[in-house]
Design a protein around this ligand. Structure first.
Ligand SMILES: Nc1ncnc2c1ncn2[C@@H]1O[C@H](COP(=O)(O)OP(=O)(O)OP(=O)(O)O)[C@@H](O)[C@H]1O
Ligand SMILES: [Mg+2]
Length: 245
């Protein structure tokens, strides 16, 4: 069976005048259906670059990105938008909810693009909001909720279209540690229910909540394996110095 997400020697190069940055530097990796993977690394290591490629928001400079076996690098803008709507559910640090819409309407938005009928949209949005524990607040507006609750709305919106991949970029970045843990445990529940979850974070203590860690440094993969192995959270540059974390 082919991987759900596959990078074959993917590079992303930014040229700024004389300087060239290899934001992704010959990355090869596969993510299978049903995995919970954290992509982790320090600021500037290439996480957002990888997230943009995985999310079909950008294409590699060289190498091949296959999403469910389809070569994303060969797609035009419309095809990218279409595969994005069909295959991906996004969760961002800033929840990106529409302030004038109710929670129900916010969660309905992605299904409007997908052409789902109004009554189906309503029903599915209601179910998704119940799933994240907000069934009693469906007619509230985002400003009437706490940050953690708003993030749960954005999770409901991400999963309502039953995407093949849930892609979360620093989803706990704006939350206190307690609320952040609740959001993470929701992602773990989604994984336990069979969803594929890719989590982008700079924070080791968040990355270890996943099953598998892919660690980036200067655009390269320096670790790919079990999130619970001791070497998963230690940069090789620090190993053996006694510095650890
Ligand atoms: N549009 C761009 N133009 C030029 N350079 C870029 C661009 N986007 C990213 N870079 C460079 O590519 C490298 C990787 O950036 P990226 O945003 O992927 O890092 P990151 O791991 O997401 O960092 P952070 O944790 O700060 O969000 C950095 O050196 C960055 O300056
Ligand atoms: Mg980033």
């Amino acid at each position: 069976m082919s991987a759900l997400i596959e990078f074959q020697d993917v590079s992303k190069v930014y040229e700024m005048g004389d300087s060239v940055v290899r934001a992704a530097d010959h990355i090869s990796m596969q993510i299978q259906k049903g995995e919970f993977v954290a992509i982790v690394g320090q600021s500037g290591s290439g996480k957002s670059t990888c997230m943009n490629i995985i999310g079909c928001l950008d294409v590699p400079s060289s190498g091949t990105y296959l999403l469910d076996g389809q070569d994303v690098g060969k797609m035009n803008k419309n095809q990218l938008a279409e595969i994005r709507n069909k295959m991906l559910g996004f969760i961002f640090q800033q929840y990106n909810l529409l302030p004038k819409l109710t929670l129900l309407e916010n969660v309905e938005v992605p299904m409007m693009y997908a052409g789902v009928s109004r009554s189906d949209r309503r029903e599915r949005a209601r179910v998704a909001l119940e799933m994240v524990g907000l069934g009693s607040k469906v007619n509230h507006r985002p400003a009437q909720l706490s940050g953690g609750q708003q993030q749960r709305v954005s999770i409901a919106r991400a999963l309502v279209g039953e995407p093949a991949v849930i892609l979360a970029d620093e989803p706990t970045g704006a939350l206190d540690s307690h609320t952040g843990r609740e959001v993470l445990s929701l992602l773990q529940q989604l994984h336990a229910a069979g969803n594929t979850v890719v989590l982008i974070t700079h924070d080791n203590s968040i990355a270890v909540q996943a099953q598998r860690i892919i660690r980036l440094e200067d655009g390269r993969v320096i670790y790919d394996g079990d999130a619970h192995a001791p070497e998963a959270v230690v940069s090789p540059n620090l190993a053996g110095t006694g510095g650890g974390q």
